[in-house]
Design a protein around this ligand. Structure first.
Ligand code: MN
Length: 296
């Protein structure tokens, strides 16, 4: 068994968005900016059926891919390339921002409740200014193992490979149990990994993992044992350490402050990103870019 001293535990930043929806931000954290190329991890919900609709007006991205994993509820994605795509439970949306894209997201039917994870993947040098794109993945491979139903979001588990492509070596697995379960998961030793609980109670290598906590395993860890006490769900992410320092500011991932200033000015002046058609509401306003401070 891996030495538990190798693991780090970092509290997620918890924000309550309206009466029914809690968002837990596990990445970036002060002590942990990236896990592989994963540079942002928000876990929203679960929110009860009939809650307030979630509506995020048009806003821009650069330098990253947004990765949306829908667990409960339905959302509608619209973007400046003209894609208009509903996403339903068990599905992934992957939007490649590259040099620039704008999108909106809104719940389609608040009566269905809301539970999702949205992550960002930093694009490596040479790809970070590529043409923008959007892909929807309606079906992902499922693997039953040790009482967990594992959905292969990115990468490969037990020979089952996700159709979701990545520009750097990357892993994403949703693990759901309907009752008490225990599974040993082999890990790639060249990857670092992170695990968050999405629902229920779980322990990792015999130690309970509180909700609202990111568990980090550095490269070299070759397995973890995940145990649930009942109905539960966890998200495992991993990847080869990204190796390039990146700056996250608002919805941008960049190498330099100047890139962010230019992207903000272009958004404010209706250049570069195009317009999102059909969203009933205003576009988001960028924060004051003069407040930008370099953060690594
Ligand atoms: Mn977005």
């Amino acid at each position: 068994m891996a030495n538990p001293l190798q693991f780090e535990r970092t509290p997620a930043h918890v924000a309550v968005i309206g009466p029914d929806l809690t968002v837990r931000r596990a990445l970036p954290a002060r002590s942990r900016r990236t896990i592989g190329a994963w540079c942002f991890l928000d876990h929203a919900g679960p929110a009860p059926p009939g809650g307030a609709p979630l509506r995020v007006g048009p806003h821009p991205h650069i330098g990253l891919q947004t990765f949306t994993w829908m667990i409960e509820g339905e959302m509608l994605h619209r973007d400046s390339l003209g894609y208009r795509q509903p996403i339903r439970p068990g599905q992934v949306n992957l939007m490649t921002a590259g040099r620039g894209i704008a999108h909106s997201e809104e719940s389609l039917d608040p009566a269905l409740g809301m539970h999702l994870a949205q992550l960002w993947i930093a694009l490596p040098k040479g790809e970070h200014e590529r043409e923008p794109g959007f892909e929807h993945f309606p079906d992902l491979p499922l693997v039953e193992h040790g009482g967990f139903r594992m959905t292969v979001l990115v990468g490969e588990v037990h020979g089952q490979r996700s159709p979701v492509p990545s520009y750097t070596p990357l892993l994403g697995i949703d693990l759901a149990s309907a009752q008490a379960a225990e599974a040993e998961l082999p890990l790639d030793r060249s990857y670092e990994h992170g695990l968050v609980i999405l629902e229920g109670d779980c322990s990792v290598n015999g130690e309970p993992l509180p909700r609202d906590t990111l568990l980090y395993a550095p490269p070299g860890v070759d397995r973890i044992v995940l145990r649930s006490d009942g109905r539960a769900r966890a998200l495992l992410v991993g990847g080869v350490p990204f190796g390039e320092p990146v700056i996250l500011w608002w919805n941008f991932v960049a190498r330099t402050q100047d890139e962010i200033v230019r992207a903000t000015n272009d958004w404010n002046e209706h250049r570069r990103f195009g317009e999102v058609e059909g969203f009933d509401g205003p576009r988001l306003v960028a924060p004051d870019v003069s407040l930008l401070k370099l953060r690594r």
